[in-house]
Design a protein around this ligand. Structure first.
Ligand SMILES: [Zn+2]
Ligand SMILES: [Zn+2]
Ligand SMILES: [Zn+2]
Length: 152
C-alpha cells in the first residue's frame, strides 16, 4: 500500500514538474493573470533562448544581438555592391579589349577571359582605373603572376 502510494506520488511529482512552469506563472495575482491572458509570454524568438518575452519578439539581450546582426548584414551588402562594381568595370574592360593584350603583343590572337591589374591592389594600384587594367587569357595571367613571383 505504501509502495503503491509512493509510485502514485512520484508519478504526480513527475507530471507536476512538467506543468509547474505555466501554472506557477498563472497563480500569482489576478492583474498578472489578466495580463498573461491578454498578452501571453512567449519564448524569445532567438533559437535556443529560454527567456520569455511579452509583446516583443526577442528578449533584451537578443534584440541587441539582432540589431547587431542586421548592421553586419548591411555591411556585407555594401561589400556586395563593391564586388558588383568591379564586375561592371571588368565587363567594360573586356568589351573594350576582348583580346588578351599580352598574346596580342606577341602577335597571337587569344580571347581574354579575365582582367589583370598591372599595378596590383596590394601595391596601391587602382581597382577600376582603365589604365591599370589589362585584358588577359588565363595562361598569360598565370605567367604574369609567376614572373612577378606571386604564388598562384
Ligand atoms: Zn533571447
Ligand atoms: Zn594571353
Ligand atoms: Zn592579375
Amino acid at each position: 500500500m505504501a509502495f503503491a502510494l509512493g509510485i502514485r506520488y512520484s508519478v504526480f511529482l513527475l507530471i507536476g514538474s512538467r506543468v509547474q512552469r505555466p501554472w506557477g506563472l498563472l497563480i500569482k495575482n489576478y492583474a498578472e493573470v489578466n495580463e498573461l491572458v491578454q498578452r501571453p509570454m512567449k519564448p524569445c524568438g532567438w533559437p535556443g533562448c529560454p527567456n520569455l518575452v511579452r509583446g516583443q519578439r526577442y528578449c533584451e539581450e537578443h534584440a541587441k544581438q539582432k540589431q547587431k546582426n542586421q548592421d553586419e548584414r548591411r555591411g556585407s551588402f555594401r561589400q556586395r555592391g563593391y564586388t558588383s562594381n568591379w564586375d561592371k568595370v571588368r565587363k567594360i574592360k573586356l568589351s573594350r579589349d576582348p583580346l588578351c593584350e599580352r598574346c596580342e603583343s606577341k602577335g597571337k590572337v587569344t580571347a581574354a577571359t579575365l582582367v589583370h591589374h598591372r599595378q596590383s591592389l596590394s601595391k596601391g594600384g587602382s581597382l577600376a582605373d582603365m589604365d591599370n587594367l589589362m585584358s588577359c587569357c588565363i595562361k598569360c595571367h598565370d605567367e604574369i603572376h609567376r614572373e612577378q613571383g606571386d604564388k598562384w
